[in-house]
Design a protein around this ligand. Structure first.
Ligand SMILES: Cc1cc2nc3c(=O)[nH]c(=O)nc-3n(C[C@H](O)[C@H](O)[C@H](O)COP(=O)(O)OP(=O)(O)OC[C@H]3O[C@@H](n4cnc5c(N)ncnc54)[C@H](O)[C@@H]3O)c2cc1C
Length: 515
């Protein structure tokens, strides 16, 4: 057993010399101001922590939730639910087995299938519960899924909005509204949410049961927080810790840009590792969206920093970023188009809509010609795009070798004329020539958003130790938990991270109610 666990990253594996491998020294008892005890201690009050806390409180458990941030951070617009009642009303259905098979393919099969099925089977239940908590205050849309030959999305992406006349909630929609609903539900059910309270490390009793954590509180004091039924780690990802990225998600460490916000620093993964949890195998799955520069690529000709075509442009934006990263420099690429681009987009609107094929603000909506024109002008004004009357001038502005760009465009136009992309296999419908000035070049590049990987958990969300056995009292949810993602973030069902948070909330409450 123990030998098996050595294959996973655990505190029994040989040390690699990363600073996070060394646990902090225990704080002397004399410095701990007090001990606060509940039945369930949840560390982290983002979507997963709030969902877990609110669901446990809803089931009658006494909950304390700690969050190190002063304010809620809930960046998301989309919530996935597999076969929700809203989908049923619209006659939309996902074949769960096909979704699972596609997910496994995209993850290089490096996932725990039971966790994937936990999401697939319980995300709708979690989403319905969220809607029921909000009652009449909210409304939901399900967007059409994108289907193309290179990739297809599943149609379970929900958008949550508060109703226009609602006065119960502050936030208009998306992740902030979802979290506001959960936070309200937690507090209405007697739960306690303490912000500006950072967990520093976990504690065990003499029998090896995890009892709680030591945290630095808003008043600067150190306190011990305990959960008699369980301690749930929900501290999010490690995208702001460069050393953890190098260890578990090297490609994430190489992304040229990071989403501009204070992200998570892998506190949960570290605390879990120090207490003896087995962490997921690398490669942890990053979200590296092509949001750098313009953040829009479309189906137009893409060229690298040498002015050469390098991919079938008919794919989703994470695939685009990663392929861009495989190019010389790896930090940005260009979409090259000409004065026909508005007509070309309008004509193909029914085939677009996948992320990266439209500007993000338009995904799921309608093509608005004037809006796209303004968007393009905005890119130019910000210096992320160029307009030129000749390709030579455009090449100069892009700082790519003009002879390469000219040769690339010539070859691409030949392919367009023939209707058969023998170089990269793009479908004929999306082959549009680059011939009518003015010409445009849009710069875009990879941007790291989140990294999906953490402690190994079983289907009850109990954390697994280096000895391959569940660690008593210790649970993990959200990005602090591993197992459901690997290699690459599967945008095949957008909003799956929020959907997972709700599905796992259902499970963790079942688990802790049974303790
Ligand atoms: C721009 C952007 C857009 C996105 N859009 C979507 C989307 O539309 N749909 C979707 O599903 N996902 C989306 N995501 C991904 C999604 O936001 C995350 O995957 C999700 O928030 C993970 O949930 P979590 O609860 O694990 O972590 P988080 O939501 O990050 O919450 C973790 C919480 O733990 C707290 N914490 C950290 N360390 C400690 C500590 N030591 N002590 C106490 N508290 C601690 C943090 O303050 C934080 O509040 C998006 C991400 C970005 C960046």
């Amino acid at each position: 057993m123990a030998e098996l666990a050595m294959r996973f990253y655990s505190n029994r594996s040989p040390k690699k010399g990363y600073s996070w491998e060394t646990p902090p020294a225990p704080i002397p008892e004399s410095e701990i101001a007090e001990t606060v005890t509940a039945e369930v201690l949840v560390i982290g009050g983002g979507i997963s922590g709030l969902a877990a806390s609110a669901r446990c409180a809803d089931r009658g458990l006494k909950v304390i939730t700690l969050d190190k941030n002063e304010k809620l951070r809930a960046l998301a617009g989309q919530i996935a639910a597999v076969n929700s009642r809203i989908m049923a009303e619209k006659g939309i259905h996902i074949d769960k087995k096909t979704l699972a098979a596609d997910w496994l393919k995209m993850s290089g099969s490096r996932v725990q299938e039971e966790l994937l099925w936990l999401f697939i089977n319980r995300s709708a239940e979690g989403f319905h519960w969220l809607l029921d908590l909000a009652g009449d205050s909210v409304e939901v849309e399900v967007y059409e899924a994108y289907k193309g030959p290179m990739f297809s999305e599943y149609p379970g992406t929900h958008h949550l909005w508060k109703k226009k006349d609602d006065t119960r909630y502050q936030h208009r929609g998306g992740g902030y509204l979802a979290c506001e609903i959960l936070e309200g539900a937690l507090q209405e059910r007697g739960g306690t949410l303490l912000r500006s309270t950072a967990a520093l490390y976990l504690e065990k009793d003499a029998d090896g049961r995890v009892t709680g954590c030591i945290a630095r509180c808003a008043d600067g004091k150190l306190r011990r927080y305990q959960g008699t039924k369980g301690v749930v780690v929900a501290t999010g990802d490690c995208s702001e810790d460069q050393e953890m990225l190098e260890a578990f998600c090297p490609i994430g460490a190489r992304a040229a840009a990071k989403f501009p916000r204070p992200g998570n620093t892998g506190d949960g993964q570290k605390m879990l590792y120090w207490i003896g949890a087995a962490l997921d195998n690398p490669e942890w799955a990053p979200t590296i969206h092509a949001l750098g520069g313009c953040g829009f690529q479309g189906f137009f000709l893409h060229v690298n920093r040498l002015g050469k075509r390098f991919m079938n442009e008919d794919t989703w934006m994470q695939a685009k970023s990663v392929r861009c990263m495989m190019q010389p420099g790896g930090d940005y690429a260009w979409s090259v188009l000409d004065s026909k681009y508005l007509d070309e987009m309008a004509e193909r609107f029914d085939e677009l809509g996948g992320q990266g094929m439209m500007p993000l603000s338009e995904v799921g909506g309608h093509f608005r010609r004037e809006h796209m024109e303004q968007t393009m002008q905005g890119y130019i004004d910000k210096g992320n795009a160029f307009r030129a009357d000749t390709l030579e001038e455009l090449a100069e502005k892009m700082d790519v070798p003009a002879e390469n760009l000219l040769a690339t465009v010539k070859r691409y136009n030949e392919i367009v004329a023939s209707g058969d992309d023998t170089d990269f296999g793009k479908r004929a419908r999306l082959l549009t020539s680059v011939e009518k000035p003015p010409f445009y070049a849009l710069k875009w590049g990879p941007m790291l958003l989140d990294v999906f990987g953490g402690a190994q958990v079983d289907a009850t969300l109990n954390v697994i130790g280096a000895d391959c056995r569940p660690i008593p009292g210790l649970y993990a949810v959200g990005n602090a938990a591993g197992g459901m993602y690997a290699v690459d973030y599967p945008l095949l069902l957008n909003g799956n991270s929020y959907g997972r948070a709700l599905a796992y909330a259902m499970q963790i409450a079942d688990t802790l109610c049974a303790v």
